[in-house]
Design a protein around this ligand. Structure first.
Ligand code: PHE
Length: 454
């Protein structure tokens, strides 16, 4: 991408560049911060199993659908839906889908930036040796003191939001692409290292059991919804982020292969995070359901006590911030692309406006951890409400509509032509079946289940 007025004329330099960007969008706080804590809050194994099923049966086919829609129109998500409905001769109301995606992107970015701000602050804390030799209660005290201070949270939230907007404004320049190339494998390596440390703790097998031994009595209708929402969130689906990246994808790249690689990498990172964190939880007498602070209350214990922990701690939080940056830029890109293409704004202006809105919204999340901790609507803080609304409602509804559009509205010859699946008809038929029936039905049933109709 560049600071061009017509961002749809731009293409990724290679298949690898696309996979890198889309994996960058998918892998982020959702894997390392959110997956472990929602798994902890929802009882472990059975939740993980439902999550994996959602990734496989809904996530992968939907990711293919999003890439396909984006590439076919080569436009921002709102315009994509307009162009493609026209092509299919369908109702123009479909473009509201693009709007919902843009709204979801803003809402998610508002709190994403706050949590990414925590990670940025933790780079500095790690650098100054705050965790050196610290035990579980000291690490928890560091976290509690930190989130109790709105000024600190606002400061780091602002730093992160500014960084996001500077990158989006300049486009994904070479320098950034190269640092991602380095930092993504770096993050993988550090995750493996942490799992290695976790293996040496006496809570390792308890952690394994917690993650992989399903106890279905712990599964409620709501936790199934959270697992599905987490699959959408983690794979960046349902709001047009992957669609807008698909718009920059050259014609000759296999959509199916790309989707499998992206979803696979995303799932591996989430599982590694779980494998690193839960053993530390159990060997230090912590609780798996400690909420959004979980990763910040566990991994520093490892860094404070392992060999070379200072260095690995600094590197880990740097890698986490980069992983968050490659996700946050994709949260705002649909809106920015739309402002440029349809409203004639320059890229810089589009970034300033979008950034300001998301930044201001983020204050609600900042205060959810201190001043407004006890201000609740539907038993949820502002942060919890925005998170629930986006991940568990807006993204699945968006995904449902995308699946229906790709499976029922778009002409068969068009999707066939775009996907260009090997092996004659079988693989296409499998995709079509999943996207036409399984994905929409699953989302629908999970919703029904939560409202108590089932
Ligand atoms: N997938 C990102 C993560 O796991 C978050 C995200 C959601 C990014 C939706 C874009 C769109 O951190």
């Amino acid at each position: 991408m560049a600071d061009d007025k017509k961002s749809q004329q731009i293409e990724w330099s290679s298949r690898f560049a696309f996979i890198l960007a889309a994996t960058g969008s998918a892998v982020g706080l959702g894997n390392i911060w959110k997956f472990p804590y929602v798994t902890g809050e929802n009882g472990g194994g059975a939740f993980v199993l439902v999550y994996l099923l959602c990734v496989l049966l809904i996530g992968v086919p939907l990711m293919m659908a999003e890439i396909m829609l984006g590439r076919r129109s080569k436009e921002n998500p709102i315009h994509t839906m307009e162009i493609l409905t026209e092509e299919a001769g369908a109702d123009l109301n479909w473009h509201y889908l693009g709007w919902m995606g843009v709204a979801a992107g803003f809402l998610i970015l508002s709190y994403y930036s706050v949590i990414a701000g925590w990670s940025t602050a933790y780079v500095v804390k790690a650098f100054f040796g705050s965790f050196s030799g610290a035990n579980a209660s000291e690490v928890k005290a560091i976290f509690d003191n930190f989130v109790a201070s709105p000024m600190q949270l606002i400061f780091w939230h602002s730093v992160f939001m500014l960084a996001t907007m500077v990158i989006v404004a300049r486009g994904l320049e070479k320098g950034f692409e190269q640092s991602v190339r380095l930092l993504m494998p770096g993050l993988f390596a550090l995750m493996f290292l942490l799992v290695g440390y976790a293996m040496t703790t006496d809570g390792y097998f308890k952690g394994l059991d917690f993650l992989f031994k399903p106890d279905f009595t712990k599964l409620t209708a709501n936790s199934v919804l959270v697992a599905m929402g987490q699959a959408f969130f983690s794979l960046s689906l349902g709001m047009g982020a992957i669609m807008v990246y698909g718009a920059y994808l050259p014609k000759n790249v296999s959509i199916a292969k790309s989707a499998v690689i992206i979803a696979g990498a995303d799932t591996v990172v989430a599982l590694l995070a779980g494998l690193a964190i839960f053993p530390i939880v159990f060997s230090n007498g912590l609780h798996p359901n400690s909420g959004p602070g979980l990763v910040f209350e566990t991994l520093p214990i490892a860094f404070g006590n392992m060999f070379g922990g200072w260095l690995f701690g600094v590197l880990f939080f740097i890698a986490l911030v980069f992983a968050a940056l490659t996700s946050s830029i994709s949260l705002v890109e649909p809106a920015v692309a739309w402002l440029i293409e349809n409203k004639g704004l320059t890229r810089t202006k589009a970034c300033v406006y979008s950034g300001l809105v998301a930044w201001l919204l983020g204050f609600g999340t900042v205060f959810s951890f201190n001043a407004w901790k006890n201000v609740k609507l539907f038993e949820r803080t502002f942060f919890e409400l925005v998170d629930y609304l986006t991940a568990n409602l807006m993204l699945p509804v968006g995904g449902f509509c995308i699946a229906v559009f790709a499976g029922w509205i778009m002409h068969q010859e068009h999707s066939k032509e775009e996907l260009d699946l090997p092996g004659e008809h079988l693989s296409y038929a499998v995709w079509k079946f999943l996207v036409k029936f399984i994905a929409p039905a699953a989302v629908f049933l999970v919703f029904l289940n939560v409202v108590g109709v089932l």
